[in-house]
Write a protein that binds this ligand. Structure first.
Ligand code: NAD
Length: 322
């Protein structure tokens, strides 16, 4: 049995618990959360000490606020535990560099939950582009909108903790576009402004890739209800597009605004990424998202934040770990 320890039992910790539970040969060793009441309310046993949990389990799943990722990753890999950590890898490039160095030192396995790569629609778009369906890709427009996420202590509202809508939401599409088009040359971004409205965020970015593709990205935490994601890629021979409002899936819309989609013929994306993590740990099969990919997506997202702050175009630089 592969024993999993979960740190952080909010929205994503709960999702990952369900995914791990569905995998044969995997058992839940314990759950730690800074507010253990939630774990008890769910009828589960809390683990009062995360250091003990790390020692007791075989792998660690981290689903805590972004600014706490680094500490838990470092503690887990220092004692040889492979880690699945939610995106973004860390809150800053410096933190990510520290993690990359430690991963090298301990020859550790760390996978970051860039779940968009596991949505079949997105994988199909990537394949269509690679197969030449649109000819030479030239322009991409990509959108991801939801209402403001609810969370413990409203930590998404703190840019220091979450990085706002760019680092938390737009990063999904930044990662997807890097997957399709490769390295980024430069980025320019704008957001809702310095006098940020509490519990609302909105940003636009333009990214130029080294292969010449120009992408326009929109990320919103200002949609009044539900969720919407769209992708449009135009090339010399055609156009491919997708709108999550027209999916071939079963949809459960909760009264709290949460929308859960299950495609009746496919495994859900969270389940697929967790299965890949388990295969990575047990069989050394590299996941779709490597640690380096997650590091790149973080760097580009932080460059977009830097552009918002400076009002200037930001050119991507090579990091210390590259
Ligand atoms: N992949 C996705 O689609 C997706 C979606 C939402 C969030 N996320 C990411 O997942 C992570 C968690 O987000 P969430 O929406 O589950 O947040 P959440 O607030 O719902 O859950 C976080 C949990 O961590 C606990 N916590 C806070 N500080 C802690 C600490 N220092 N140690 C231990 N526990 C602590 C909180 O009590 C809470 O239960 C974030 O990095 C976020 O960016 C990913």
């Amino acid at each position: 049995m592969l024993k999993v320890g979960i740190i952080g039992f909010g929205k994503m910790g709960r999702k990952h618990l369900e995914s791990f539970k569905r995998i044969p040969g995997v058992s839940i060793c314990g759950i730690f959360d800074a507010s253990p009441g939630k774990i008890q309310e769910a009828g589960l046993k809390t683990c009062p000490d995360y250091k003990h949990l790390i020692k007791e389990c075989d792998v660690i799943c981290i689903a805590t606020p972004t600014d706490t990722h680094k500490q838990y990753i470092l503690e887990a890999i220092a004692v040889g535990r492979p880690v699945f950590v939610e995106k973004p890898l860390c809150r800053t490039v410096e933190e990510a560099e520290e993690v990359m160095q430690a991963v090298k030192k301990y020859k550790a396995k760390v996978m970051v939950g860039h779940v968009v790569r596991y949505f079949n629609q997105y994988a199909a778009i990537k394949k269509a582009i690679a197969d030449g369906c649109v000819g030479k890709p030239a322009v991409a427009r990509i959108t991801r909108c939801s209402k403001f996420p609810k969370a413990s202590n409203n930590w998404f509202n703190s840019r220091e903790k979450s990085g706002g809508v760019i680092l938390d939401l737009m990063i999904h599409d930044i990662d997807f576009l890097i997957w399709c088009f490769g390295d980024v040359e430069r980025v320019y971004a704008k957001d809702i402004g310095r006098e940020k409205i509490p519990n609302m965020d909105y940003a636009l970015a333009v990214i130029r890739f080294k292969n010449g593709v120009i992408a326009h990205l929109e990320a919103s935490w200002a949609l009044s209800g539900g969720f919407r994601a769209r992708v449009e890629v135009a090339g010399t021979e055609g156009l491919v597009n997708y709108d999550s409002r027209h999916p071939a899936s079963l949809k459960v819309e909760h009264s709290d605004g949460n929308v859960i989609r299950e495609n009746p013929v496919d495994e859900n994306a969270n389940q697929m990424e967790i299965r890949e993590f388990v295969e990575y740990v047990l069989n050394d099969e590299l996941p779709k998202t490597t640690l380096h990919d997650a590091y790149e997506a973080l760097k580009v997202s932080l460059a977009a934040l830097e552009s918002v702050k400076s009002g200037a175009v930001v050119k991507l630089r090579r990091g210390k770990s590259e």
